[in-house]
Design a protein around this ligand. Structure first.
Ligand code: PSZ
Length: 493
Protein backbone atom coordinates (compact mmCIF):
# COMPACT_ATOMS: atom_id res chain seq x y z
CA UNK A 1 0.00 0.00 0.00
CA UNK A 2 2.64 2.45 1.08
CA UNK A 3 4.70 1.54 -1.96
CA UNK A 4 1.78 2.13 -4.30
CA UNK A 5 1.24 5.58 -2.86
CA UNK A 6 4.88 6.42 -3.33
CA UNK A 7 4.98 5.24 -6.93
CA UNK A 8 1.79 7.11 -7.81
CA UNK A 9 3.30 10.22 -6.29
CA UNK A 10 6.46 9.76 -8.36
CA UNK A 11 4.45 9.37 -11.53
CA UNK A 12 2.45 12.51 -10.90
CA UNK A 13 5.44 14.61 -10.06
CA UNK A 14 8.35 13.95 -12.38
CA UNK A 15 11.73 14.03 -10.70
CA UNK A 16 13.86 17.14 -11.00
CA UNK A 17 16.04 15.93 -13.86
CA UNK A 18 13.04 15.12 -16.04
CA UNK A 19 11.73 18.61 -15.44
CA UNK A 20 15.01 20.08 -16.52
CA UNK A 21 14.95 18.36 -19.90
CA UNK A 22 11.31 19.29 -20.38
CA UNK A 23 11.83 22.92 -19.50
CA UNK A 24 14.98 23.41 -21.54
CA UNK A 25 16.22 22.32 -24.94
CA UNK A 26 18.19 19.10 -24.64
CA UNK A 27 21.76 20.27 -25.34
CA UNK A 28 23.94 20.11 -22.20
CA UNK A 29 24.79 23.82 -22.42
CA UNK A 30 21.13 24.75 -22.63
CA UNK A 31 20.38 22.62 -19.60
CA UNK A 32 22.93 24.64 -17.63
CA UNK A 33 21.21 27.85 -18.53
CA UNK A 34 19.73 29.64 -15.61
CA UNK A 35 17.34 32.55 -15.58
CA UNK A 36 18.47 36.06 -16.42
CA UNK A 37 17.01 38.05 -13.59
CA UNK A 38 14.67 37.76 -10.62
CA UNK A 39 11.01 37.82 -11.55
CA UNK A 40 8.43 38.48 -8.85
CA UNK A 41 4.73 37.68 -9.11
CA UNK A 42 3.62 38.18 -5.49
CA UNK A 43 5.07 39.43 -2.25
CA UNK A 44 6.80 36.66 -0.32
CA UNK A 45 5.37 34.50 1.14
CA UNK A 46 2.68 34.46 -1.55
CA UNK A 47 -0.74 32.83 -1.17
CA UNK A 48 0.44 29.30 -2.07
CA UNK A 49 3.31 29.41 0.41
CA UNK A 50 0.96 30.75 3.06
CA UNK A 51 -1.53 27.94 2.50
CA UNK A 52 1.22 25.31 2.64
CA UNK A 53 2.53 26.87 5.80
CA UNK A 54 -0.87 26.61 7.46
CA UNK A 55 -0.95 22.90 6.57
CA UNK A 56 2.57 22.32 7.85
CA UNK A 57 1.85 24.22 11.06
CA UNK A 58 -0.78 21.64 11.95
CA UNK A 59 1.92 18.98 12.21
CA UNK A 60 5.06 20.88 13.24
CA UNK A 61 6.24 24.20 14.55
CA UNK A 62 6.93 26.12 11.37
CA UNK A 63 7.10 29.80 12.27
CA UNK A 64 10.63 29.94 10.88
CA UNK A 65 9.49 28.85 7.41
CA UNK A 66 9.91 31.79 5.01
CA UNK A 67 8.35 30.27 1.89
CA UNK A 68 8.06 26.94 0.09
CA UNK A 69 10.53 26.16 -2.67
CA UNK A 70 9.82 24.75 -6.09
CA UNK A 71 13.14 22.98 -6.45
CA UNK A 72 12.16 21.50 -9.82
CA UNK A 73 11.79 24.96 -11.34
CA UNK A 74 14.88 26.41 -9.64
CA UNK A 75 18.06 26.83 -11.74
CA UNK A 76 21.61 27.80 -10.88
CA UNK A 77 21.61 30.89 -8.67
CA UNK A 78 17.83 31.24 -8.93
CA UNK A 79 15.42 29.75 -6.43
CA UNK A 80 11.76 29.58 -7.47
CA UNK A 81 9.06 29.52 -4.80
CA UNK A 82 5.60 27.93 -4.67
CA UNK A 83 4.03 31.06 -6.13
CA UNK A 84 6.36 31.17 -9.11
CA UNK A 85 8.54 33.96 -7.73
CA UNK A 86 12.06 33.65 -9.08
CA UNK A 87 14.72 34.98 -6.74
CA UNK A 88 18.48 35.23 -6.85
CA UNK A 89 19.70 33.14 -3.94
CA UNK A 90 22.41 34.54 -1.68
CA UNK A 91 21.57 32.21 1.17
CA UNK A 92 21.65 28.82 -0.67
CA UNK A 93 19.88 26.72 1.97
CA UNK A 94 22.07 28.15 4.74
CA UNK A 95 25.25 28.03 2.72
CA UNK A 96 24.90 24.44 1.63
CA UNK A 97 24.30 24.40 -2.14
CA UNK A 98 27.71 24.29 -3.83
CA UNK A 99 26.77 24.48 -7.52
CA UNK A 100 23.35 26.13 -7.47
CA UNK A 101 20.07 24.37 -8.20
CA UNK A 102 19.72 21.41 -10.55
CA UNK A 103 23.31 21.45 -11.75
CA UNK A 104 23.60 19.09 -14.74
CA UNK A 105 26.68 17.37 -13.30
CA UNK A 106 24.66 16.29 -10.27
CA UNK A 107 21.63 15.32 -12.30
CA UNK A 108 23.89 13.10 -14.43
CA UNK A 109 24.89 11.18 -11.31
CA UNK A 110 21.25 10.31 -10.70
CA UNK A 111 20.62 9.44 -14.32
CA UNK A 112 23.49 6.97 -14.49
CA UNK A 113 22.09 3.45 -13.93
CA UNK A 114 25.51 2.44 -12.55
CA UNK A 115 24.71 4.56 -9.50
CA UNK A 116 21.31 3.02 -8.87
CA UNK A 117 22.36 0.54 -6.20
CA UNK A 118 24.22 3.25 -4.29
CA UNK A 119 21.03 5.29 -4.02
CA UNK A 120 18.76 2.37 -3.24
CA UNK A 121 20.88 0.56 -0.64
CA UNK A 122 22.15 2.69 2.19
CA UNK A 123 24.95 0.88 3.98
CA UNK A 124 26.05 0.81 7.60
CA UNK A 125 29.43 2.15 6.52
CA UNK A 126 31.28 1.25 9.72
CA UNK A 127 30.73 -2.48 9.29
CA UNK A 128 29.51 -3.24 5.76
CA UNK A 129 30.87 -0.66 3.33
CA UNK A 130 30.30 -0.96 -0.44
CA UNK A 131 33.18 -2.30 -2.52
CA UNK A 132 33.89 1.02 -4.22
CA UNK A 133 34.11 3.09 -1.02
CA UNK A 134 37.92 3.42 -0.98
CA UNK A 135 37.97 4.58 -4.60
CA UNK A 136 35.08 6.93 -3.96
CA UNK A 137 36.72 8.55 -0.93
CA UNK A 138 40.15 8.65 -2.59
CA UNK A 139 38.78 10.38 -5.66
CA UNK A 140 36.74 12.90 -3.72
CA UNK A 141 37.50 13.72 -0.08
CA UNK A 142 41.19 12.82 -0.21
CA UNK A 143 41.74 15.08 -3.21
CA UNK A 144 40.81 18.04 -1.01
CA UNK A 145 42.29 16.82 2.28
CA UNK A 146 43.85 19.77 4.11
CA UNK A 147 47.66 19.68 4.01
CA UNK A 148 48.99 17.38 6.74
CA UNK A 149 45.74 15.54 7.40
CA UNK A 150 45.51 12.08 5.86
CA UNK A 151 42.67 10.52 7.83
CA UNK A 152 39.03 11.18 7.13
CA UNK A 153 35.73 10.06 8.61
CA UNK A 154 32.37 10.83 7.04
CA UNK A 155 29.35 11.74 9.16
CA UNK A 156 25.81 12.91 8.56
CA UNK A 157 25.73 16.63 9.44
CA UNK A 158 27.81 19.46 10.83
CA UNK A 159 26.93 18.98 14.48
CA UNK A 160 27.48 15.23 14.18
CA UNK A 161 30.93 15.91 12.69
CA UNK A 162 31.94 18.26 15.49
CA UNK A 163 30.50 15.98 18.14
CA UNK A 164 32.58 13.05 16.89
CA UNK A 165 35.64 15.22 16.41
CA UNK A 166 35.39 16.19 20.09
CA UNK A 167 35.18 12.53 21.03
CA UNK A 168 38.25 11.67 18.93
CA UNK A 169 40.09 14.49 20.73
CA UNK A 170 39.05 13.21 24.15
CA UNK A 171 40.20 9.65 23.31
CA UNK A 172 43.53 10.98 22.10
CA UNK A 173 43.97 13.18 25.16
CA UNK A 174 43.18 10.42 27.69
CA UNK A 175 45.43 7.90 25.93
CA UNK A 176 48.19 10.48 26.06
CA UNK A 177 47.58 11.12 29.79
CA UNK A 178 47.48 7.42 30.63
CA UNK A 179 50.16 6.34 28.20
CA UNK A 180 47.79 3.72 26.78
CA UNK A 181 44.25 2.54 26.32
CA UNK A 182 41.44 2.53 28.89
CA UNK A 183 41.92 0.37 31.99
CA UNK A 184 39.38 -1.96 33.58
CA UNK A 185 38.64 0.78 36.13
CA UNK A 186 38.08 3.31 33.33
CA UNK A 187 35.62 1.00 31.62
CA UNK A 188 33.71 0.20 34.80
CA UNK A 189 33.44 3.79 36.03
CA UNK A 190 32.39 5.09 32.61
CA UNK A 191 29.27 2.94 32.85
CA UNK A 192 28.22 5.05 35.86
CA UNK A 193 29.25 8.41 34.34
CA UNK A 194 31.97 8.58 36.98
CA UNK A 195 35.66 9.44 36.90
CA UNK A 196 38.15 8.26 35.77
CA UNK A 197 36.22 6.59 32.93
CA UNK A 198 34.09 9.70 32.36
CA UNK A 199 36.90 12.21 32.78
CA UNK A 200 36.64 15.87 33.57
CA UNK A 201 37.97 17.25 30.28
CA UNK A 202 36.87 20.31 28.33
CA UNK A 203 36.79 21.94 24.92
CA UNK A 204 37.61 25.64 24.79
CA UNK A 205 35.39 27.66 22.49
CA UNK A 206 34.88 31.32 21.64
CA UNK A 207 32.21 33.84 22.42
CA UNK A 208 30.06 34.24 19.31
CA UNK A 209 31.02 30.81 17.96
CA UNK A 210 28.54 28.36 16.47
CA UNK A 211 29.33 24.65 16.30
CA UNK A 212 25.92 22.98 16.20
CA UNK A 213 23.01 22.24 18.47
CA UNK A 214 23.64 18.72 19.78
CA UNK A 215 24.46 18.47 23.48
CA UNK A 216 28.25 18.59 23.35
CA UNK A 217 28.40 21.08 20.49
CA UNK A 218 25.85 23.32 22.15
CA UNK A 219 28.25 23.89 25.05
CA UNK A 220 30.62 25.37 22.45
CA UNK A 221 27.93 27.41 20.70
CA UNK A 222 27.55 31.00 21.91
CA UNK A 223 25.89 32.96 19.16
CA UNK A 224 22.27 33.28 20.36
CA UNK A 225 20.63 32.44 23.71
CA UNK A 226 17.61 30.90 22.01
CA UNK A 227 19.89 28.09 20.80
CA UNK A 228 20.94 27.25 24.33
CA UNK A 229 18.30 28.15 26.86
CA UNK A 230 16.88 25.28 28.99
CA UNK A 231 19.56 22.82 27.88
CA UNK A 232 22.14 21.64 30.45
CA UNK A 233 25.64 22.73 29.45
CA UNK A 234 29.18 21.70 30.36
CA UNK A 235 31.13 24.24 32.32
CA UNK A 236 33.80 24.57 29.63
CA UNK A 237 36.01 27.58 29.07
CA UNK A 238 34.84 30.35 26.75
CA UNK A 239 37.35 32.88 25.43
CA UNK A 240 36.57 36.21 23.76
CA UNK A 241 36.80 36.24 19.96
CA UNK A 242 38.43 39.39 18.57
CA UNK A 243 36.14 42.29 17.76
CA UNK A 244 38.04 43.82 14.88
CA UNK A 245 37.62 47.05 12.98
CA UNK A 246 37.00 46.91 9.23
CA UNK A 247 38.49 47.20 6.69
CA UNK A 248 41.08 45.03 8.39
CA UNK A 249 44.06 46.52 6.52
CA UNK A 250 43.26 50.03 7.77
CA UNK A 251 43.29 49.10 11.44
CA UNK A 252 46.13 46.61 11.68
CA UNK A 253 47.77 47.95 14.86
CA UNK A 254 44.49 48.33 16.73
CA UNK A 255 43.29 44.91 15.60
CA UNK A 256 46.56 43.22 16.52
CA UNK A 257 46.16 44.65 20.01
CA UNK A 258 42.62 43.25 20.27
CA UNK A 259 43.78 39.84 19.05
CA UNK A 260 46.56 39.76 21.65
CA UNK A 261 44.01 40.55 24.37
CA UNK A 262 41.89 37.58 23.27
CA UNK A 263 44.86 35.22 23.01
CA UNK A 264 45.94 36.16 26.52
CA UNK A 265 42.46 35.19 27.68
CA UNK A 266 42.73 31.88 25.83
CA UNK A 267 45.92 31.05 27.66
CA UNK A 268 44.54 32.19 31.00
CA UNK A 269 41.47 30.02 30.53
CA UNK A 270 43.56 26.98 29.60
CA UNK A 271 45.65 27.44 32.74
CA UNK A 272 42.66 28.15 34.98
CA UNK A 273 40.74 25.08 33.80
CA UNK A 274 43.81 22.92 34.22
CA UNK A 275 44.16 24.14 37.82
CA UNK A 276 40.48 23.33 38.37
CA UNK A 277 41.10 19.75 37.27
CA UNK A 278 39.22 20.13 34.00
CA UNK A 279 42.00 20.40 31.43
CA UNK A 280 41.37 21.68 27.94
CA UNK A 281 41.72 18.74 25.52
CA UNK A 282 40.77 20.77 22.45
CA UNK A 283 40.14 24.26 21.14
CA UNK A 284 37.37 24.65 18.57
CA UNK A 285 37.26 27.68 16.30
CA UNK A 286 35.64 28.83 13.05
CA UNK A 287 37.94 30.56 10.54
CA UNK A 288 35.25 33.24 10.21
CA UNK A 289 32.58 33.22 12.91
CA UNK A 290 29.54 32.83 10.70
CA UNK A 291 26.31 32.60 12.71
CA UNK A 292 27.89 34.89 15.29
CA UNK A 293 28.02 37.77 12.80
CA UNK A 294 30.80 37.17 10.25
CA UNK A 295 33.57 38.06 12.65
CA UNK A 296 37.02 37.80 11.13
CA UNK A 297 40.44 37.38 12.70
CA UNK A 298 43.87 37.67 11.09
CA UNK A 299 46.12 34.79 9.96
CA UNK A 300 48.47 35.89 12.73
CA UNK A 301 45.74 35.33 15.34
CA UNK A 302 45.22 31.78 14.12
CA UNK A 303 48.94 31.07 13.90
CA UNK A 304 49.33 32.16 17.51
CA UNK A 305 46.27 30.12 18.51
CA UNK A 306 47.87 27.09 16.85
CA UNK A 307 51.00 27.82 18.92
CA UNK A 308 49.03 28.01 22.16
CA UNK A 309 47.26 24.73 21.43
CA UNK A 310 50.59 23.00 20.80
CA UNK A 311 52.19 24.58 23.87
CA UNK A 312 49.43 23.34 26.16
CA UNK A 313 48.92 19.94 24.53
CA UNK A 314 45.41 20.69 23.24
CA UNK A 315 44.13 19.69 19.80
CA UNK A 316 43.13 22.52 17.47
CA UNK A 317 39.78 21.77 15.84
CA UNK A 318 39.04 24.00 12.91
CA UNK A 319 35.30 24.05 12.19
CA UNK A 320 35.04 24.60 8.43
CA UNK A 321 31.41 23.51 8.24
CA UNK A 322 30.39 26.89 6.84
CA UNK A 323 33.70 28.26 5.51
CA UNK A 324 34.84 25.06 3.76
CA UNK A 325 34.43 24.07 0.12
CA UNK A 326 35.46 27.23 -1.60
CA UNK A 327 33.26 30.14 -0.57
CA UNK A 328 36.21 32.17 0.71
CA UNK A 329 38.05 31.73 -2.57
CA UNK A 330 40.34 29.01 -1.20
CA UNK A 331 39.05 25.50 -0.75
CA UNK A 332 39.59 25.69 3.04
CA UNK A 333 39.54 29.07 4.74
CA UNK A 334 42.41 28.02 6.99
CA UNK A 335 44.68 27.86 3.92
CA UNK A 336 44.92 31.66 4.25
CA UNK A 337 46.77 31.31 7.56
CA UNK A 338 50.00 29.63 6.37
CA UNK A 339 50.24 27.54 9.51
CA UNK A 340 53.57 25.86 10.35
CA UNK A 341 51.63 22.84 11.55
CA UNK A 342 48.07 22.13 10.37
CA UNK A 343 45.00 22.06 12.62
CA UNK A 344 44.69 18.63 14.29
CA UNK A 345 41.13 18.25 13.06
CA UNK A 346 39.14 20.00 10.29
CA UNK A 347 35.38 19.43 10.32
CA UNK A 348 33.12 19.96 7.31
CA UNK A 349 29.53 19.62 6.05
CA UNK A 350 27.15 21.98 4.16
CA UNK A 351 28.58 22.56 0.65
CA UNK A 352 30.61 19.37 1.01
CA UNK A 353 27.20 17.61 0.96
CA UNK A 354 28.52 14.96 3.35
CA UNK A 355 29.52 15.83 6.88
CA UNK A 356 32.78 14.57 8.32
CA UNK A 357 36.22 15.43 9.58
CA UNK A 358 39.84 15.19 8.50
CA UNK A 359 42.37 14.48 11.21
CA UNK A 360 46.01 13.76 11.97
CA UNK A 361 47.19 10.15 12.23
CA UNK A 362 47.71 10.56 15.99
CA UNK A 363 43.99 11.11 16.43
CA UNK A 364 42.97 7.76 15.02
CA UNK A 365 40.82 6.01 17.63
CA UNK A 366 42.66 3.12 19.29
CA UNK A 367 39.79 0.65 18.98
CA UNK A 368 36.85 -0.07 16.72
CA UNK A 369 33.35 1.12 17.59
CA UNK A 370 34.72 4.20 19.39
CA UNK A 371 33.68 6.58 16.59
CA UNK A 372 30.65 4.84 15.23
CA UNK A 373 26.95 5.05 14.42
CA UNK A 374 24.57 3.30 12.04
CA UNK A 375 25.24 5.13 8.79
CA UNK A 376 28.45 7.08 9.42
CA UNK A 377 27.65 9.29 6.49
CA UNK A 378 26.11 8.39 3.15
CA UNK A 379 27.97 7.23 0.02
CA UNK A 380 25.38 8.93 -2.23
CA UNK A 381 26.53 12.27 -0.84
CA UNK A 382 30.16 11.35 -1.49
CA UNK A 383 29.19 10.44 -5.04
CA UNK A 384 27.60 13.86 -5.49
CA UNK A 385 30.63 15.51 -3.86
CA UNK A 386 32.84 13.74 -6.38
CA UNK A 387 30.96 15.56 -9.16
CA UNK A 388 30.99 18.87 -7.25
CA UNK A 389 34.77 18.73 -6.89
CA UNK A 390 35.22 17.91 -10.57
CA UNK A 391 33.11 20.91 -11.56
CA UNK A 392 35.01 23.17 -9.13
CA UNK A 393 38.27 22.07 -10.78
CA UNK A 394 37.14 22.09 -14.39
CA UNK A 395 35.26 25.38 -14.21
CA UNK A 396 37.86 27.07 -11.99
CA UNK A 397 35.18 27.98 -9.48
CA UNK A 398 37.60 29.06 -6.74
CA UNK A 399 39.01 31.70 -9.07
CA UNK A 400 35.46 32.61 -10.13
CA UNK A 401 34.46 32.98 -6.49
CA UNK A 402 37.45 35.24 -5.88
CA UNK A 403 36.50 37.44 -8.83
CA UNK A 404 32.82 37.58 -7.86
CA UNK A 405 33.85 38.30 -4.26
CA UNK A 406 35.93 41.31 -5.35
CA UNK A 407 32.92 42.78 -7.19
CA UNK A 408 30.55 42.01 -4.33
CA UNK A 409 32.77 43.48 -1.62
CA UNK A 410 33.69 46.51 -3.71
CA UNK A 411 29.99 47.11 -4.39
CA UNK A 412 29.09 46.73 -0.71
CA UNK A 413 31.86 49.14 0.22
CA UNK A 414 30.56 51.70 -2.28
CA UNK A 415 26.99 51.33 -1.01
CA UNK A 416 28.27 51.71 2.53
CA UNK A 417 29.84 55.03 1.54
CA UNK A 418 26.66 56.12 -0.22
CA UNK A 419 24.37 55.02 2.62
CA UNK A 420 26.70 55.59 5.56
CA UNK A 421 23.71 56.14 7.86
CA UNK A 422 22.60 52.56 7.15
CA UNK A 423 25.61 50.36 6.45
CA UNK A 424 29.05 49.81 7.91
CA UNK A 425 31.79 47.19 8.27
CA UNK A 426 31.57 45.70 4.76
CA UNK A 427 33.84 42.67 5.05
CA UNK A 428 34.52 39.37 3.41
CA UNK A 429 36.78 36.80 1.84
CA UNK A 430 35.75 35.48 -1.57
CA UNK A 431 31.97 35.71 -1.71
CA UNK A 432 31.76 34.95 2.03
CA UNK A 433 30.83 38.58 2.73
CA UNK A 434 28.74 40.58 5.19
CA UNK A 435 27.77 44.12 6.03
CA UNK A 436 26.51 45.56 9.32
CA UNK A 437 23.21 47.46 9.40
CA UNK A 438 22.37 50.44 11.66
CA UNK A 439 20.04 48.48 13.93
CA UNK A 440 18.23 45.18 14.07
CA UNK A 441 14.89 46.53 12.90
CA UNK A 442 16.41 48.19 9.84
CA UNK A 443 18.31 44.99 9.14
CA UNK A 444 15.07 42.97 9.18
CA UNK A 445 13.35 45.58 6.98
CA UNK A 446 16.15 45.47 4.43
CA UNK A 447 16.01 41.68 4.32
CA UNK A 448 12.24 41.77 3.73
CA UNK A 449 12.50 44.43 1.02
CA UNK A 450 15.26 42.47 -0.72
CA UNK A 451 13.14 39.34 -0.63
CA UNK A 452 10.20 41.13 -2.21
CA UNK A 453 12.49 42.42 -4.94
CA UNK A 454 13.76 38.92 -5.61
CA UNK A 455 16.84 38.44 -3.44
CA UNK A 456 17.00 35.67 -0.84
CA UNK A 457 19.31 36.71 1.97
CA UNK A 458 19.61 36.28 5.70
CA UNK A 459 21.10 37.97 8.69
CA UNK A 460 23.81 36.85 11.08
CA UNK A 461 24.93 38.12 14.45
CA UNK A 462 22.70 40.88 15.80
CA UNK A 463 22.38 43.13 12.79
CA UNK A 464 24.51 41.96 9.90
CA UNK A 465 23.45 40.81 6.47
CA UNK A 466 25.48 37.89 5.22
CA UNK A 467 26.12 36.69 1.70
CA UNK A 468 26.40 32.99 1.02
CA UNK A 469 25.93 32.45 -2.70
CA UNK A 470 26.83 29.24 -4.51
CA UNK A 471 30.25 28.78 -6.14
CA UNK A 472 28.70 29.51 -9.56
CA UNK A 473 27.93 33.08 -8.47
CA UNK A 474 29.71 35.41 -10.89
CA UNK A 475 30.48 39.12 -11.22
CA UNK A 476 27.24 39.49 -13.24
CA UNK A 477 25.19 37.98 -10.42
CA UNK A 478 26.93 40.28 -7.96
CA UNK A 479 25.97 43.26 -10.12
CA UNK A 480 22.35 42.15 -10.37
CA UNK A 481 22.21 41.93 -6.60
CA UNK A 482 24.00 45.24 -6.02
CA UNK A 483 21.59 47.07 -8.30
CA UNK A 484 18.59 45.70 -6.39
CA UNK A 485 20.23 46.36 -3.02
CA UNK A 486 20.92 49.95 -4.08
CA UNK A 487 17.22 50.46 -4.89
CA UNK A 488 16.19 48.90 -1.56
CA UNK A 489 18.60 51.16 0.35
CA UNK A 490 17.36 54.21 -1.54
CA UNK A 491 13.81 53.49 -0.37
CA UNK A 492 14.85 52.80 3.23
CA UNK A 493 13.89 55.55 5.63
O1 PSZ B 1 20.17 27.71 13.27
C1 PSZ B 1 20.92 26.75 13.00
O2 PSZ B 1 20.86 25.64 13.53
C2 PSZ B 1 21.98 26.98 12.01
S1 PSZ B 1 21.94 28.29 11.02
C3 PSZ B 1 23.43 27.93 10.37
C4 PSZ B 1 23.96 26.82 10.91
C5 PSZ B 1 23.11 26.26 11.82
N1 PSZ B 1 25.20 26.40 10.62
C6 PSZ B 1 25.63 25.13 11.00
C7 PSZ B 1 27.01 24.96 11.53
C8 PSZ B 1 28.01 25.92 11.33
O3 PSZ B 1 27.77 27.05 10.65
C9 PSZ B 1 29.29 25.70 11.86
C10 PSZ B 1 30.37 26.70 11.67
N2 PSZ B 1 29.53 24.58 12.55
C11 PSZ B 1 28.60 23.64 12.75
C12 PSZ B 1 27.33 23.79 12.25
C13 PSZ B 1 26.31 22.73 12.48
O4 PSZ B 1 25.97 22.12 11.30
P1 PSZ B 1 24.56 21.38 11.17
O5 PSZ B 1 23.51 22.43 11.14
O6 PSZ B 1 24.69 20.61 9.90
O7 PSZ B 1 24.44 20.50 12.36
Amino acid sequence: MALRIISRHLLQKPAAWRYSTAAFPSSPQAKCQEYERPLMKTTVPGPKSQALKRELSAIQHSDAVKFFCDFSASRGNYLVDADGNRMIDLLTQISSIPLGYNHPALIEILQDPENMSTFVNRPALGILPPLDIVRLISESLLLVAPRGLRQVQTMACGACSNENAFKAVFFWYRNKQRGGSASHEDLESSMLNQMPGSPDLSILSFNGGFHGRTLGCLSCTHSKAIHKVDVPAFDWPIAPFPHLRYPLDEFTAENAHEESRCLEQVEEQIEAYSRRGRPVAGIVVEPIQAEGGDNHASPDFFRRLRGLATKHGCALICDEVQTGCGATGRFWAHEYWNLDSPPDVVTFSKKMLTGGFFFKDELRPDASYRIFNTWMGDPTKVLLLHAVLRVIREKHLLEGTQRAGVVLLRGLTQLQEQYSNLLSEARGQGTFCAVTVRDQKTCDNLLTSCLNKGVVLSGCGERSIRFRPALIFTEQHANIFLEIFDSVLAECK
